[in-house]
Design a protein around this ligand. Structure first.
Ligand code: ADP
Ligand code: MG
Length: 701
């Protein structure tokens, strides 16, 4: 009768010792028995006699300290974690005293749960539902499939739990005090159900109870005391043989083959389950989840805004350079030393027209050379006046710096040679003096009191990207500026001339005229590749012109425009840096917040994790479940952060006047970054969940 072929469970000299501190608790002290297919066994004994410990080992949730355990002839001690999980999933069913249904999940879904961890289950949801309905019908609660555990009585909950345990058609049903929480009428109903399962479907049942009338349903009663078997009786031995004949043999070989079939569809279903579980967990604590994602939200928003500000500034610079010509080099006067004091930058010009001529003459890499003097001063027309920048320019200055003529004409060679009293207006000055529609060409305006005829209007260049109005200027011929309007190229001279307090007139008509000085020299390189060569040649020429000795501080500086633009970029870089700091701190704090909440969640759901493991979840699957929850949390924060970031950059550009530019790569990057935060900070709690000991997790209160 006990031929090894049909022994579903065989344990030999099983011991299990727990350690509490340094005290050893011998829960099992040498247990040996064999259970055959189709048996209905009750394990009895006083509380603390080791029944639950034994069930944990039989259920492959716990390992013995010593001894052998064979399940269907296979030595369990040689199996690794995935194999044990598969045994639990496919060959074992668990029923607990406390039912362990998932809260806020309906009966049908509770019953379907083990299918998600099974490799052999059907792959369509319809088929799975059908199977779960069948199991529910078998337990006589088909009408309760939409009810959650809170809406079911204890007996109904236990029926759902038994349906769940049976859904994968296990060889053995392990029930640890399944009637412990039920009244006696319900208890007997449940026992009748179990008996029917055993009799009609041949399910091997091992049941723990300490009630004699419950144990009476079983054919065999094993009694334990202090971790040992003290009695093993077959009160109803007579009909065992009869029943054994009827027991349908499960198709073992077919199952084995099927279990090796790893199917993409199965893992797809697992993923959808994991995602829906993650969403449920998040949705269950909406407020908590929202607060958790706040850090990531702020971080990603700051990140997006930072990139937008940085990129916007960058593009403004590029545009500016392009608007002036990429080949352009500017020579600026440097500091001069007067009386031992180094005066500030541009205090008096050290550059002259002769310098410009020398560059034009001697530097082959320079295609064009131009120069200007500049001062701020007042312009006047009729009763309108406007203080602006007055530029005395060489005739080739507007074309090489990309100034277009919108109306009339520009400054000609003849104007310059004859120091003609003409002016070309920038759009802003034109608007200020003539209003929006006035005709300016041919009108005579006063520039620093000198009457000049307007011959042309410059096309608008607009804001410089840093909030400067480039159109607020008047251009006049260089010679006119030098001889008649500005007089001296030194910017240290009073530049805001007041027309109320006129400067004292010179009684002898002698004006100190420092002619020949310029404020800037513009050199256009022959091609963009020649820019560096041109800079070198210009530097050399000016060093010679100014008779600088080696070691002297140069009194000029030669820069290409991108250098100047980069310097102007500084302020937006500070803004970007600030945002970067906010972003990184926020993401860190957000990540820690997610980790914290997930740790709480793992603790809250310890029993659920234990249950999932008991019904066949592998550690990897538990890990994945929590990791996905973390990624969902951070991903949601990230998605919201992207919207927030776009809004912030819009506000920055609207209110602050900063140029901003949203990049698709920043959006994608922000999203990936938030997901990475989820993975990074979610890993620790997820691993903690995956590493839980199933038996401890199930016992967790
Ligand atoms: P039963 O289910 O028969 O009431 P258990 O198998 O739960 O008994 O426990 C048997 C003995 O092992 C008890 O003395 C219990 O305190 C001890 N025990 C069970 N689990 C643990 C554990 N995880 N750590 C320490 N002691 C344990
Ligand atoms: Mg117990």
């Amino acid at each position: 009768m006990t031929d090894a072929q049909d022994a579903v469970i065989r344990v030999i000299d099983l011991t299990r010792t727990f350690y509490v501190g340094d005290m050893a608790v011998p829960a099992l002290q040498g247990v040996t028995f064999t259970i055959e297919r189709g048996e209905f066994v009750a394990i009895m004994g006083a509380s603390g006699s080791g029944k639950s410990t034994l069930m944990g080992i039989l259920g492959c949730l716990d390992r013995p300290t010593a001894g052998e355990y064979f399940f269907e002839g296979i030595g369990v001690s040689g199996l690794d974690e995935p194999d044990l999980a598969r045994l639990r999933s496919e060959r074992l069913g668990f029923v607990f005293q406390s039912f362990n249904l998932l809260p806020r999940t309906n009966a049908l879904e509770n019953v379907m749960l083990p299918l998600f961890y099974s490799e052999t289950a059907e792959h369509t949801r319809a088929a799975r539902e059908q199977r779960a309905r069948k199991a529910l019908a078998q337990m006589d609660i088909a009408n309760k499939e939409k009810s959650t555990s809170g809406q079911l009585s204890g007996g109904q909950q236990q029926r759902v739990a038994i349906a769940r345990a049976l859904i994968n058609e296990p060889a053995v049903l392990l029930a640890d005090e399944p009637t412990g929480n039920l009244d006696s009428k319900t208890s007997h109903e449940i026992m009748e159900t179990l008996l029917t399962l055993n009799r009609e479907q041949g399910v091997t049942i091992i049941l723990v109870t300490h009630e004699v009338d419950i144990a009476a349903y079983a054919d065999r009663v094993i009694t334990m005391r202090d971790g040992r078997i003290v009695a093993d009786e077959h009160p109803a031995r007579a009909d065992m043989a009869l029943r054994k004949e009827q027991t349908p043999e499960p198709a073992m070989h077919g199952r084995k083959a099927a279990s090796n079939r790893r199917n993409g569809a199965a893992s797809w279903y697992f993923s959808t389950m994991v995602i829906s579980v993650a969403l449920q967990a998040i949705g269950r604590n909406k407020m908590r989840s929202m607060l958790t994602t706040l850090g990531v939200f702020i971080g990603v928003a700051a990140l997006i805004a930072m990139v937008a500000v940085g990129q916007g500034a960058n593009e403004a610079v590029q545009k500016r350079i392009a608007s002036l010509g990429t080949n352009l080099i500017v020579v600026l006067p440097g500091a001069t030393t007067t009386g031992g004091l180094r005066a500030g930058f541009g205090s008096a010009s050290t550059l002259t027209v002769n310098d410009a001529r020398a560059i034009r003459r001697e530097d082959p890499a320079a295609a064009q050379v131009s120069y200007l003097i500049r001062q701020s001063g007042q312009t006047q027309y009729a009763n309108q006046n406007w203080t602006t920048i007055i530029q005395g320019v060489a005739p080739n200055y507007p074309p090489i710096t990309n100034w277009q003529i919108a109306a009339g004409r520009g400054i000609s060679e003849e104007d310059d040679q004859g120091a003609a009293l003409v002016a070309v207006l920038g759009q802003t000055v034109y608007r200020q003096l003539f209003g929006a529609n006035g005709s300016a060409i041919g009108a005579t305006i006063l520039v620093k009191g000198v009457p000049l005829r307007v011959v042309g209007l410059l096309a608008a260049k607009g804001q410089s990207g840093f909030g400067q109005d480039q159109d607020d200027l008047v251009m006049i011929p260089f010679t006119t500026a030098e001889r008649r309007v500005l007089g001296v190229a030194s910017p240290t001279q009073q530049t805001t001339t007041s027309w109320v307090y006129l400067p004292p007139t010179n009684p002898f008509g002698i004006q100190p005229r420092l002619t020949g000085f310029v404020n800037q020299i513009y050199v256009q390189a022959a091609s963009p590749d020649d820019v560096q060569k041109t800079i070198d040649q210009v530097t050399e020429t000016l060093t010679r012109q100014h008779r600088l000795m080696p070691g002297d501080l140069p009194d000029f500086s030669v820069r290409n425009l991108s250098q100047i633009a980069t310097a102007a970029q500084g302020s937006s870089q500070i803004m970007a840096l600030l945002l970067a700091a906010v972003a990184s701190i926020s993401l860190l704090v957000g990540g820690i917040g997610i980790m914290n909440i997930l740790l709480v969640s793992v603790t809250e759901r310890t029993r659920e994790i234990g249950l999932r493991m008991a019904i066949g979840a592998r550690r990897r699957q538990v890990l994945l479940q929590f990791l996905i929850e973390a990624v969902f949390l951070s991903g949601m924060g990230g998605a919201a952060g992207i919207l927030g970031g776009v809004a912030i950059s819009e506000i920055i550009s609207l209110v602050g006047g900063w140029p901003t530019r949203i990049l698709t790569s920043a959006i994608v990057g922000g999203f990936l970054f938030s997901a990475a935060v989820g993975i990074f900070f979610g890993y620790y709690p997820a691993r903690k969940a995956a590493r839980l000991d199933p038996i401890d997790a199930l016992r967790y209160e």
